[in-house]
Ligand binder design. Structure first.
Ligand code: ATP
Ligand code: MG
Length: 356
């Protein structure tokens, strides 16, 4: 599969180009935690931004935790009516794209009490000013359907730190929008370790790293970040005609000569990248092929590429979606495993804090 090339390999953000050899040598030295909010159907941004990397890591033998943060959904909207449906559909998407439920721990926030308890000590390690500065929180507030900013929304990144740290994950495959949250998780881990070391000097938490893909910020049909809640996404579960209609309506520009230039032509470049990812080749090559064909040809090419790439996934999806009993069983088994992990971490946390 294609791996990222455009990201810099600093200590807090990484990509598979840097990590692949290391993981192949010792997959057991790593643990992945990531997840998706149960706010709607997964889309191409999730798939190319994070899901494909998850499947790749799992196939290499890395242990995987997938949280469906149902408590985080109540930060910025009321969708209780659809919560169960969205949650189950996320699991269907995971399994359809290749996550192995026997090896992955897939669970909801609300089913793991000890994870949520970590939020309390973690909140004491973060200042209110730091929470107000978080750009992702600012952005989510801007797109929120709620009239006022509630406390849960502001503390969302700290809750997310608990998600990552309860299972001591060191790798978090996410999109670019999540980098400020990851920074909070790293800060919480560092401050906790400094303040509460084990008596022998060892520390409780690893410092998690964000793992970016080659599509860290896929754009939606309106030119903004593709998001479940912004009515600009191409869902994985959409049928081929709907996919064609959505891509046909995507924003582009009027220059007939198609070129890959993400800074100057973000929308055109986004469709080129999307096509390239589906076909495992370079976006420049796709641009060259389309040449003077204009946006219409580009959209036709992108539609065919997406539909062809997703065809087997969508077929598997339809089969999986028919067996809700199995999906619920996956969530029950995941909750059991996540609870065992969270209980162990909370016991360790309470011990170093002197609570036992
Ligand atoms: P919502 O609108 O409810 O916030 P969302 O589409 O932003 O939904 P999330 O559940 O917030 O999806 O994000 C789940 C994961 O998918 C995160 O790791 C996020 O970074 C990644 N992701 C979401 N959208 C994109 C995108 N357009 N490109 C790349 N990665 C993305
Ligand atoms: Mg989001």
């Amino acid at each position: 599969m294609t791996t990222a090339t455009a990201t810099t390999a600093t200590s807090d953000v990484t990509d598979l180009t840097d990590l692949d050899a290391d993981i192949r040598r010792d997959p057991a030295a790593h643990r992945v935690l990531t997840g998706d909010r149960p706010t709607g159907p997964l889309h191409l941004g999730h798939y190319f931004g994070s899901l494909r990397n998850r499947v790749h890591l799992q196939r290499l033998g890395v242990e995987m935790f997938l949280v469906i943060p149902d408590y985080q959904v109540i930060t910025d909207r009321d969708i209780a009516d659809h919560l169960a449906e969205h949650t189950e559909n996320l699991v269907v998407d995971y399994l359809a794209t290749g996550i192995d439920a026997d090896r992955a721990t897939i669970f909801t926030h609300s089913s793991v009490p000890a994870l949520n308890q970590l939020l309390l000590p973690f909140l004491s390690l973060v200042s209110v000013a730091e929470l107000h500065r978080n750009p992702t929180v600012k952005d989510e507030i801007a797109h929120s359907s709620q009239a006022t900013v509630n406390g849960l929304m502001l503390t969302y990144p700290v809750h997310q730190a608990a998600d990552i740290l309860f299972c001591k994950a060191d790798l978090v495959p996410v999109g670019k929008d999540q980098l400020p949250h990851l920074e909070v998780a790293r800060t919480v881990a560092r401050r906790f370790n400094e303040r509460y070391p084990h008596p022998d000097g060892t520390t409780v938490f690893p410092r998690p790293r964000a793992l970016l893909s080659s599509a860290p910020l896929l754009l939606g049909t309106d030119g903004g970040k593709m998001s479940k809640s912004r009515n600009n996404s191409v869902p994985l579960a959409a049928d081929e005609d709907t996919t064609a209609r959505l891509i046909k309506g995507a924003k582009t520009d009027t220059d007939r000569r198609i070129s890959y230039d993400p800074a100057a032509r973000p929308e055109v470049s986004n469709l080129l990248l999307l096509t390239a990812l589906c076909q495992d080749r370079a976006p420049e090559e796709v641009a060259e092929e389309i040449g003077d064909g204009g946006a219409a040809a580009l959209k036709r090419t992108a539609t065919e590429a997406v539909n062809e790439h997703l065809r087997p996934i969508r077929a598997r999806r339809a089969e999986l979606a028919a067996d809700r009993g199995h999906i619920r069983q996956v969530l029950r088994a995941g909750a059991e495993r996540a609870n065992a992990t969270a209980d162990a971490t909370l016991t360790e946390v309470r011990a170093v804090m002197g609570s036992l």
